[in-house]
Design a binder for this molecule. Structure first.
Ligand SMILES: *[C@@H]1O[C@H](CO)[C@@H](O)[C@H](O)[C@H]1NC(C)=O
Ligand SMILES: *[C@@H]1O[C@H](CO)[C@@H](O)[C@H](O)[C@H]1NC(C)=O
Ligand SMILES: *[C@@H]1O[C@H](CO)[C@@H](O)[C@H](O)[C@H]1NC(C)=O
Ligand SMILES: *[C@@H]1O[C@H](CO)[C@@H](O)[C@H](O)[C@H]1NC(C)=O
Ligand SMILES: *[C@@H]1O[C@H](CO)[C@@H](O)[C@H](O)[C@H]1NC(C)=O
Length: 396
């Protein structure tokens, strides 16, 4: 008898101990994670059934039956068992095991195999499938629906998962939830779409193709602030550096939406910041790729006035975003400098902002940030005046 065969029963006992302990540890972990793994509408056995029916059913069989083939993963478990077991108990177990009959050993092997199946943590794709199936199930409770969305929100963060979402039917079911009667459900769904499309042209285009932009733009009108904020976040992520998305946005009068938000001081400040940020972003894109093309909606004087007026806001963060937007807009050939002077009073506004910032500079804790804004304000003034001079120098 080779040494390996003598060791075999002992290995089984170690594995059994490891499996039991790991199962317990996992049970503890999942409850402390608020049941991230098992929190869906399905119970554990259903989930395990799904896990088991995945791609390669025979692979794990080999691991158990032929030690030569699959020893590496068992080895990891063995190390774990050795680290987490009481040596006295293990020794006792090993003695027991050596007295077992062939049949008994076979039964043990089956038990271990079952334990190992249970030990397998489901992959992200499997978890996404479960959440998507739940969302696609109209008889699920509201609470479970919200939970499935929360799980997706977490799962779509890695780009590979976001890329899988449409393949698994996830975008369709999430976009459908934008029409849910519950605000929270709509809000989380918009948030998921924003997260999944962030810096991801593939997902951006998939979501645009599914027609979600129009729905999101309606949601920005919501009287529920959080819903409006998440919808605008999603729009921003969806059309960022995406010409198709931006064309669609303009054709749906997105610039009027932004103008209404920026120009209305009773609208939540987070929404106004997001709007100003998006304006700067759109102008930068136009500057970089599309200036002199037909994407010329940002030159409207009422639109410009809404942005310029934001510079006067007492909120420094919003003021900074407004200055950044004006800086970008100023550089567009379509922006008329004399409009900015005569219609928007940019001269006067920059000057009064200079005085306000000077006063704020006296406050120690604000000084760095105020300095930054003052530098930006100065830069805007320089660009503005050089643009005005060009206008003045046009031969008549
Ligand atoms: C799991 O939790 C129980 C009770 O909270 C505790 O007694 C046990 O040691 C924990 N097990 C592991 C492996 O963490
Ligand atoms: C839908 O959810 C209900 C309630 O949780 C469940 O009983 C049913 O099996 C689910 N249907 C599918 C197709 O998963
Ligand atoms: C949702 O359920 C319908 C049938 O009710 C099915 O045709 C569709 O494929 C399901 N979608 C997903 C993503 O599971
Ligand atoms: C949002 O509301 C305004 C004012 O009520 C309206 O003019 C605009 O069309 C609405 N926008 C969308 C996208 O529904
Ligand atoms: C400004 O926003 C408030 C709150 O969203 C809204 O009720 C009001 O109609 C808006 N005012 C204008 C002029 O659009």
């Amino acid at each position: 008898m080779g040494k390996g065969l003598l060791l075999l029963p002992f290995l089984f006992s170690l594995l059994a101990a490891a499996a039991a302990a790991a199962a317990e540890a996992r049970a503890n972990k999942s409850s402390s994670l608020e049941g991230l793994f098992w929190a869906t509408g399905k119970d554990e056995s259903e989930l395990l059934a799904m896990v088991e029916s995945k791609e390669e059913p025979s692979a794990r069989e080999d691991e158990i039956d032929g030690f030569a083939g699959g020893f590496s993963s068992l080895d990891g478990m063995l190390q774990w068992a050795i680290g987490h077991s009481d040596p006295e108990k293990l020794k006792e177990k090993a003695m027991d095991v050596q007295r077992l009959s062939e049949d008994e050993l076979k039964r043990r092997r089956l038990e271990i195999k079952e334990l190992m199946e249970k030990l397998k943590t489901p992959s992200d794709a499997e978890l996404m499938k479960i959440a998507i199936a739940d969302l696609n199930n109209s008889s699920i409770t509201l609470e479970d629906r919200q939970r499935a969305l929360n799980e997706l929100l977490f799962l779509v963060e890695p780009i590979d998962n976001a890329n899988d979402l449409d393949k698994l039917g996830g975008l369709v079911v999430v976009i459908r939830e934008l029409d849910n009667t519950e605000t929270d459900i709509r809000t989380t769904s918009a948030w998921i779409l924003g997260k999944a499309s962030q810096n991801n042209a593939l997902v951006q285009n998939q979501i645009l193709t599914h027609g979600a932009l129009t729905k999101l733009m309606k949601m920005v009108n919501s009287s529920f602030t959080e819903e409006a904020v998440k919808a605008l976040y999603a729009i921003s992520a969806l059309i960022r550096n995406n010409e198709i998305g931006q064309r669609l946005f303009y054709s749906e009068e997105g610039y009027i939406m932004l103008q209404d938000i920026m120009g209305n001081s009773s609208i939540d400040i987070r929404l106004r910041k997001k709007a100003a940020f998006l304006v700067a972003d759109l102008a930068d894109y136009q500057l970089q790729y599309a200036d002199n093309s037909e994407l010329h909606f940002l030159g409207d004087r009422f639109f410009l006035k809404a942005v310029v007026d934001l510079i006067l806001t007492p909120d420094l963060d919003l003021q900074e975003k407004a200055l950044l937007a004006v800086r970008s807009l100023l550089q567009l050939t379509s922006t008329d400098a004399s409009d900015l002077r005569d219609f928007c009073s940019l001269d006067r506004i920059l000057e009064s902002t200079r005085k306000d910032l000077e006063k704020l500079m006296l406050e120690e804790d604000l000084r760095d940030f105020v300095n930054e804004i003052e530098n930006l304000r100065r830069e805007v003034a320089i660009i503005f005046h050089s643009k005005l001079e060009k206008v003045a120098w046009v031969p008549t």
